[in-house]
Each structure stands twice: as C-alpha cells, then as structure tokens.
Design a protein around this ligand. Structure first.
Ligand code: BDR
Ligand code: CA
Length: 326
C-alpha cells in the first residue's frame, strides 16, 4: 500500500477508451491503493457510443461488472466534436482489434448525474480521475457546484504547461477537444492536479517493453499486446517514435503513488478564444504576487519507477485472470 493512503483511495475514472485509457483502467483495477467506484464515459478517442461499449467490455473482461459504467456527454459544451482520435486509436478505439459486443448494460443515470450523486453521498472521499475531454466534469460541477468542496482532488490527464501540444502546435488533445469545459474545471474551487504532456512524454513504453509485458501471457497483458500495435504504428509514422508516450496511466500512477512526480503549484488558464491556439493551457511560471496558483502541475516524473510499477501490477493480474476464468 502506498504511504499516502492507509485505505484505498476511492476514484471515479472519467474516460474515452481508447488504447491508453484501457491500459490505465486495467492498471487501476489491479492496484490495491485505489478502489474504482465507477467509470464515466465521454467522446474523445471515439464517439461516446464507442467509448461506452469499450468501457463495458473492459469491466466484463476484468471480471469487474460490479463497477458501474455511466454514459456521458456526446459532444463538447460549445463546439462540434471533430473526432480525429480514431487515427491514433483505430476506428473502434481499441486498435482495430475485433471484440465481441458487451453483454452488460450501462448504468441508468448519465455521467454528470452519476458523478454528482457519488460525490455527494461520500463527502471528502472521492478523487475524480478524468482521462478524456473534461465535459462530464464541467457538467457535474455546473449541476451541483457543491461537489467542488466534497471532492478530495481532481487528478486529470491533460494539458501541457510548456505549451508544446499534440492536438495542435500548442494544445493537448483532451483540453483541445473541449476547451470551455476545461476552463470551467480549472477555475472551480477544488484541488486540480494536472498530469500533462510535460511528464507523460517522459514515460515511454518501447516495443520491447510491450513484448515483455505481453509475454507474461495473462489475458490482460495479451490484450494490451494486441491493442497497442495500431497505436505504435501511429507513433512510428506521425511522431517518429519507436514506442508510445504513457498518458492516461501516468494520471492513475499519480493517484497510486504521487512520490513518482515532482509538482509545482502554478496559475493555469485555458485559451478559449484564439482560432489557432484554443485549448492551450497557458501556464504562468513567473510566480507574481497576487496571481494565485490554481493548479498543481506535474513537472517531473521518475519514469523508470513508473514503468516498473505498471509492469508489476499488470503481471500480477494473473490472479485476477484465473478468478475471472473460473
Ligand atoms: C490524451 O488524448 C487521448 O488520445 C489519450 O487517450 C490521452 O487521454 C493524450 O493527449
Ligand atoms: Ca484518454
């Protein structure tokens, strides 16, 4: 158990699975430091229909149908969803790997309502872990502003404090996909930790790492070996990298063990007006008096230790796999 929490940290994962979302969810399912209270889905790496089906497939595959899946927003707050994520994650969001339709159904409530109900029923207990565009989180805090005081923390994958984007020259994909929602979330009075490209680009899973993981041969590592092939092809062709950056699993890693990261509290604003630069997380490093920090920004990461933690946890899924199969 991490030194941070005596008892598991209760988390809600808001997600757009997504190859790296899937890897992050399986990481969380097999980490005793966290207890996943639900998955809420959002558009991003695919439409919400696709990401919801994938979230349901994941809970089924992991033998965790006790974890509710609530379908969320179908589009950004103000803009059309242009949906380029399929280029990275494949048309089904899972690297074009053919998978059967899920048998389980989503939860009756929509994501924003589910988030509000879960947080308000468990004051001070829940950490929100958004791994996609922030639409559901912005809707939830607009529906019930009281959740800002009751949430323990928001640990999100998104943004780039150094202004080097991946979805545009300056913007990271999750923020770019709904900048107005990100603006609402960054301005709400809760603790926000940003696990952005500044650190996730420093954590790289190489083909050798993935092969070794897959070779351990449990259903989860085998699944990861398959879904990452399309993802790696994208990185090879468009990023010029043999391997891929570990985005969403880094946010889960922060919740499990924040000592993996160095953070700095800084003022961060989301650009929502510029026709070119919308989605930029404009970060003020000057530390001027009167300019209060609103975000805990991850600036460094112990990549080796994070990758080792991920490997151990996924290899440990052997036990879970045997239980699920029996
Ligand atoms: C983020 O965008 C999505 O493609 C990934 O799932 C991750 O959440 C990285 O910019
Ligand atoms: Ca994601």
């Amino acid at each position: 158990m991490s030194s941070r929490h005596e008892t598991p940290q209760r988390i809600l994962i808001d997600t757009d699975p997504g190859v790296d979302d899937s890897m992050a969810i399986l990481f969380a399912f097999n980490s005793p430091e966290v207890k996943v209270e639900g998955l809420t889905t959002v558009f991003g790496n695919g439409g919400t229909e696709t990401t919801t089906a994938n979230a349901l497939r994941l809970v089924e595959m992991a033998g965790r149908t006790d974890v509710p899946v609530a379908r969320g927003a179908e589009q950004p707050l103000l803009r059309p969803f242009t949906g380029e994520g399929w280029r990275v994650h494949g048309r089904n969001g899972l690297g074009e790997v053919e998978l059967p339709a899920p048998q389980v159904e989503p939860e009756r409530r929509r994501a924003a309502q589910f988030i509000v109900d879960t947080v308000m029923a468990n004051p001070g207990e829940i950490t929100l872990v958004p791994l996609g565009p922030l639409t559901n989180i912005a809707l939830a805090v607009s529906l019930e502003p009281g959740i800002a005081e009751q949430v323990q923390e928001v640990v999100l994958m998104g943004g780039a404090a150094n202004g080097r984007g991946n979805a545009s020259a300056v913007a990271e994909a999750n923020i770019r996909n709904d900048p107005e929602a990100a603006h609402v979330v960054f301005q709400a009075p809760w603790r926000v930790t940003m696990v952005g490209l500044d650190v996730t680009r420093k954590v790289i899973m190489t083909p050798e790492y993935v092969d070794a993981l897959a070779a351990s041969g449990n259903p989860f590592t085998t699944f990861i070996g398959k879904i990452t092939q399309h993802y790696m092809d994208f990185y090879r062709t468009y990023v010029g990298l043999d391997g891929f950056h570990v985005h969403d699993s880094s946010a889960v890693a922060y919740v499990i063990d924040p000592t993996l990261f160095e953070t700095v509290a800084l003022p961060v604003d989301v650009e929502i007006h510029s026709p070119h630069n919308f989605g930029l997380t404009s970060t003020d490093w000057r530390k001027r008096p009167g300019r209060e920090p609103n975000v805990n920004v991850c600036v460094e990461v112990d990549s080796e230790r994070l990758l080792e933690l991920y490997r151990r946890r996924l290899q440990g899924m052997e036990t879970l796999a045997t239980e699920a199969a029996s």
